[in-house]
Design a protein around this ligand. Structure first.
Ligand code: FAD
Ligand code: AMP
Length: 475
């Protein structure tokens, strides 16, 4: 007799594994099928996020930043450490060990919640049946009352610079270099390209980033982008805007990269080239032709606001559907899908999904940029506070950047908060909570913030929106 479950989830990244756990918490029987294989051929739960994305990249960002600070900042504190040396093997070992602990933890969570973790390939057939093919063994058919598709995404390849897993690589391989490339090229100044470029620049690479667009970080507030551009260049990142790569050829010693920019055709030679031009939904062999699932022209699974596909009882969540490709967005969709299946009401507030770029300084934002608010026609006010005026930032030696708050002029509601500076990724949580509760700048102005803390910069920026900043004269 074939196995049957209330819910079958395909994919155990941050969208799928969270959906599986939430569904099990509702008392349903749940299986979660996942086929991820690491470079050593071993399976691990956690998808891109834990194995090849958020976690390993942040592990290296942390290590490379400590290395940089030990070399350049410790002296200022009166700490003399002599020559600071890099042990890249030890750094990579730490990264791999963190990944192992966290991915292993998902197995534990599945056990504790009675989710059946199945290792292998899942495919949705007609009639909500799921074909499960284990890594070694025969395919079997599983009956599912509900299915949640969470197959994630995969790096986009450029035909003109095909991956060879040696000299022209994707973001995953770029997290696992065993030596520091002398000259590193990066195609794409998106979040992933900038984070990876920063890591290797801090560890000693000369880094050239080629970006086809004329603007840096087009999705961020312009004031933030302008500070970011200056800071990255100060750190030695050579970012070429309006640089469209036309060809990349790998040889024995390196890669010849050709690109067009405002001054015509250019050529650079790099040792390694990272292609970070975006990701595409990974729906290869996910749904049988007669499954009824519809893909849009870019390959995303078509869903409504509640992540329901066209097939009753089948949901799709995470990177494979519209919206930002972010782990926390996928996880919240997982919670929503499981709640709806359990008959509860649930929704995701897509207006307040925070974004973070883990460069140094970090960049984080939520809500609308000033240009977006301007375009909406709603009268607005802004308030900014520079970290140079923050006592906490000063003692941390991290005074670059600022907090900017944008609010409606009519009812004072906060419409967007943009931060570039120390711990921006942590600070943004206050703004997300404020906006989730439709807070006004006055609400934040009247909220007590501990002193001295970086969060005071949010308090002051909210005050500045009414020209009442207390520790900065911004008129
Ligand atoms: P995934 O994490 O891609 O997981 C999908 C899983 O499904 C995989 O294990 C896959 O093998 C499996 N699968 C697919 N098809 C099948 C099938 N048919 N059968 C069985 N299994 C299948 N996001 C952030 O929010 N913060 C960050 O700091 C951040 N940093 C990043 C850094 C890098 C370098 C990269 C590449 C990404 C980063 N992201 C970050 C993005 C984040 O990793 C993704 O948004 C997130 O992983 C998407 O989650 P998901 O569950 O939809 O898919
Ligand atoms: P993201 O989608 O945020 O990961 O960013 C990918 C970036 O790569 C975008 O800013 C694109 O403009 C950029 N990009 C895509 N193709 C090319 C190309 N051929 N040359 C240079 N930059 C590119």
């Amino acid at each position: 007799m074939s196995k049957s479950f209330d819910v079958v989830v395909i994919g155990a990244g941050p969208a799928g594994y969270i959906a599986a756990i939430r569904a099990a918490q509702h008392g349903m029987t749940v299986a979660c099928i996942d086929e991820w294989q690491n470079k050593d051929g071993k399976h691990a739960f956690g998808g891109t996020c834990l194995n090849a994305g958020c976690i390993p990249s942040k592990a290296l960002l942390e290590s490379s930043e400590l290395f940089h600070r030990a070399k350049h900042e410790f002296k200022k504190h009166g700490i003399m450490v002599g020559a600071v040396e890099l042990d890249i093997a030890a750094m990579q070992k730490r990264r791999a060990s963190i990944v192992r602990q966290l991915t292993g933890g998902i197995g534990g969570l599945f056990k504790a919640n009675k989710v059946e973790g199945l290792v292998g390939h899942g495919k949705l057939l007609a009639g909500k049946k799921v074909e499960f093919t284990p890594a070694a063994g025969e395919a079997e058919i599983i009956d599912a009352r509900h299915v949640i598709l969470a197959p994630g995404s995969t790096p986009m390849e450029l035909k003109l610079a095909p991956f060879d897993d040696d000299r022209i690589v994707d973001s995953w391989s770029a997290l696992e270099f065993d030596e520091v490339p002398e000259h590193l090229g990066v195609i794409g100044a998106g979040i992933i390209g900038l984070e990876l470029g920063s890591v290797w620049a801090r560890l000693g690479s000369k880094v050239t980033v080629l970006e086809a667009m004329d603007e840096l970080l087009f999705m961020t507030d312009r004031d933030v982008a302008s500070v970011a551009g200056k800071e990255f260049r100060k750190q030695g990142l050579d970012i070429r805007l309006g640089a469209k790569v036309t060809s990349a050829k790998a040889g024995k010693k390196g890669v010849k990269v050709e690109f067009d920019d405002a001054s015509g055709e250019q050529v650079i030679d790099v040792d390694i080239l990272i292609v970070a031009v975006g990701r595409r939904p990974f729906t290869d062999d996910l749904c049988a032709e007669d499954s009824g699932i519809q893909l849009d022209e870019r390959g995303f699974i078509v869903v409504d606001d509640a992540c329901r596909t066209r097939v009753k009882g089948v949901f799709a969540i995470g990177d494979c559907v519209r919206g930002p490709m972010l782990a926390h967005k996928g996880s919240e969709e997982g919670v929503m899908a499981a709640d709806l299946i359990a008959g509860e009401s649930s929704e995701v507030n897509y207006d307040v999904v925070p974004s973070v770029i883990y460069t140094a300084p970090e960049i984080a934002w939520v809500g609308k940029t000033e240009d977006e608010v301007k375009a909406s026609g709603r009268p607005y006010k802004t308030g900014s506070f520079p970290f140079a005026a923050s006592g906490r930032a000063k003692v941390m030696e991290q005074t670059s950047g600022m907090v900017k708050v944008i609010a409606a002029k009519d009812d004072d509601e906060i419409l967007g908060v943009h931060i570039i500076g120390p711990m921006a990724g942590e600070l943004i949580a206050e703004a997300v909570l404020a906006m989730e509760f439709s807070a006004s700048t006055e609400d934040v102005q009247r909220t007590i913030h501990a002193h001295p803390s970086l969060a005071e910069a949010i308090h002051e920026a909210a005050l500045a929106a009414d020209n009442r900043a207390l520790n900065f004269v911004n008129r």
